[in-house]
Ligand binder design. Structure first.
Ligand SMILES: Nc1ncnc2c1ncn2[C@@H]1O[C@H](COP(=O)(O)OP(=O)(O)O)[C@@H](O)[C@H]1O
Ligand SMILES: [Mg+2]
Length: 370
């Protein structure tokens, strides 16, 4: 592991980054409002060693299935009250990591503490502190939403009528009141995920693991789920989520770790990772070479391709940055034929960090699995 200011990077990824954009001296206190809420605690820039405010720490976690190494020495540190996103394509090892941390699966090596408890020697205490919502919702299809929640309440032995209030509160909170008495089998994917998460919350966990909470959901359900996650964190919970979506990690996470073939190839805030990904840009196409040249002169940092008459201008895709580009062109009376915004996606991240695309990683994995 090499150290960049505030960013942990595996050695080979670091070498690649050395050739790329230099990462500025960013402290961890920076949190550019990525998740649209107040900053949860500030920690010093030098943050080595075990933190007392860590909800989850893992060191050198390893797991192999037969001779296939799935987790190859994973270190993580998740601060209490923050969202940590493990970002990676299919087969990267995300679910395996969640299963190990939630004591559902025994690691071959390494150590981890969850809510201050050792995952091997204090399994029960770990389980009592966490909630897990798997990639495939674990609701009982033959029960209604309300009955599913009641089942969880019964399992948790609430006193007197307290349990009743819990069910009604959760139904309301997750906007499931109207469908509460319908069978879960009639629920949409989004409703099922919400019910699943509501069931997890019955036990009032301090730490929640969400394994691909929005995979397969439509954009609207995805946004609802994002808002729920934000609310949970506002309530002081710690969220460990896995995702294949760069945007999801960007929207929710205080810290993102990119998992590739069992290794964390980069780790940092969304801003820090974005600085390592050269994907975000505006693409301008011109009708004539003269205009391309003129635009290239006035737009700093741009790269021109004379053959296709295309100019690429680095951009974060935000309204401010787009307006600045357009204003500049206007100011110099330069006409543009076509204007497109390209935002980096998971593939750009993987290409930048690992030198291969996320789907390549997937197909490689498949080959090895056979
Ligand atoms: N029980 C198992 N036995 C053998 N191989 C497994 C098992 N579970 C997962 N794997 C393999 O481990 C790799 C990582 O799986 P997983 O953790 O589910 O990845 P992700 O959740 O990121 O898609 C995959 O190649 C998968 O095929
Ligand atoms: Mg998975």
């Amino acid at each position: 592991m090499g150290f960049y200011p505030g960013v942990l990077i595996a050695a080979d990824a670091q070498a690649r980054l050395d050739r790329m954009v230099a990462v500025g001296p960013v402290g961890w206190a920076v949190s550019g409002g990525v998740s649209g809420r107040g900053q949860v605690g500030v920690r010093p820039a030098d943050d080595s060693g075990r933190m007392t405010n860590s909800a989850i720490t893992a060191s050198g976690l390893r797991k192999a299935y037969h001779d296939k190494v799935v987790l190859d020495g994973i270190d993580v540190n998740v601060r209490t009250g923050t969202v940590f996103a493990l970002l990676g394509p299919n087969g990267a090892g995300k679910t395996t990591m969640v299963n190990v941390l939630t004591t559902l699966l025994k690691a071959d090596g390494g150590t981890a503490r969850v809510a201050g408890h050792d995952i091997v020697t204090e399994t029960k205490k770990v389980r009592a502190s966490i909630g897990v919502t798997g990639q495939f919702a674990s609701v009982d299809e033959l029960l209604s939403g309300r009955e599913n929640l009641q089942l969880m309440v019964d399992l948790h032995h609430f006193k007197g009528g307290e349990g009743k209030g819990v069910v009604e509160n959760l139904l309301r909170r997750f906007d499931l009141v109207e469908s509460a008495d319908k069978l879960a089998s009639t629920y949409s994917g989004g409703m099922r995920r919400k019910l699943d998460l509501a069931m997890t919350l019955v036990g009032r966990p301090r730490i929640i693991f969400l394994d691909e909470p929005t995979t397969g959901l439509d954009p609207r359900s995805r946004r609802t789920m994002w808002n729920i996650v934000r609310e949970l964190v506002a309530d002081g919970m710690t969220i460990f989520l896995t995702t294949q979506y760069l945007e999801e990690a960007d929207q929710l996470a205080d810290q993102i770790a990119v998992l590739d073939q069992g290794k964390i190839v980069a780790q940092g805030t969304s801003e820090q990772l974005k600085r390592q990904i050269p994907g975000g840009h505006v693409q301008l196409r011109f009708a004539e070479a003269a205009q391309l040249d003129a635009a290239a002169r006035v737009l700093t940092g741009s790269t021109a391709d004379a053959e296709s008459l295309i100019l690429r201008v680095p951009s974060d895709g935000g309204a401010k940055s787009l307006r600045a580009v357009l204003d500049r062109l206007d100011e110099y009376a330069i006409d543009v034929e076509e204007f497109t915004v390209h935002m980096p996606d998971l593939d750009d991240v993987f290409l930048a960090l690992t030198g291969h695309s996320s789907t390549e990683a997937e197909s490689k994995t498949e080959v090895v699995t056979k």
